[in-house]
Ligand binder design. Structure first.
Ligand code: ZN
Length: 167
């Protein structure tokens, strides 16, 4: 049997195992256990012996229609839960939920002149991106202003009439 999934055999699997080894001695059981678990000892003509979809052990399906896929009710429930989880995970992977629109999405950055589609968003979010100047740069501008006055164009510094021999 599979056994790699680390699950314990369900009730139906345990029942089938006990039924199979009934009346056999310890030595024989030890010898047959591995081939039994590998399914080598099942009667190939017995369509009622199946492998449980959940616990992965063999069991005998006693249902009227021989349509069970799990060895017991517990395994059936666990298998359903597992399938639901897998389906949900697959769905989430294939159709991820659309990302919720954030205020940053309202900045139309791809336009030639990027702008905000919404003033509220601009006020709330925009300042994070349009950072104020560094203190250093502010100092630099203030220093230049005191030298040249306000405005963009440099004004010529005032020429002081000064002969050089007067104080
Ligand atoms: Zn089972």
């Amino acid at each position: 049997m599979g056994m790699d999934n680390g699950r314990d055999p369900g009730e139906g699997a345990v029942e089938y195992t006990l039924e199979f080894f009934k009346g056999k001695g310890r030595a024989e059981i030890e010898r047959l256990l591995a081939p039994f678990h590998n399914g080598e000892l099942n009667d190939p003509n017995d369509k009622r012996v199946k492998r449980c979809d959940y616990c992965d052990y063999y069991f005998r399906d006693d249902s009227l229609r021989n349509n069970r896929r799990t060895c017991c009710a517990d395994c059936k429930t666990s298998q359903k839960t597992l399938q639901t989880r897998i389906r949900r995970a697959e769905k989430a992977f294939l159709n991820p939920k659309p990302k919720k629109e954030t205020k940053s999405d309202l900045y139309l950055w791809w336009l030639e002149y990027p702008c905000w589609a919404n003033e509220q968003a601009m006020i709330e979010v925009g300042w994070r991106y349009e950072r104020p100047m560094t203190l250093q740069k502010m100092d630099y501008i203030q220093a230049k202003e005191s030298l040249y006055g306000k405005g963009n164009s440099k004004k010529k510094a005032e020429i002081i009439d000064y002969d050089g021999d007067k104080l």
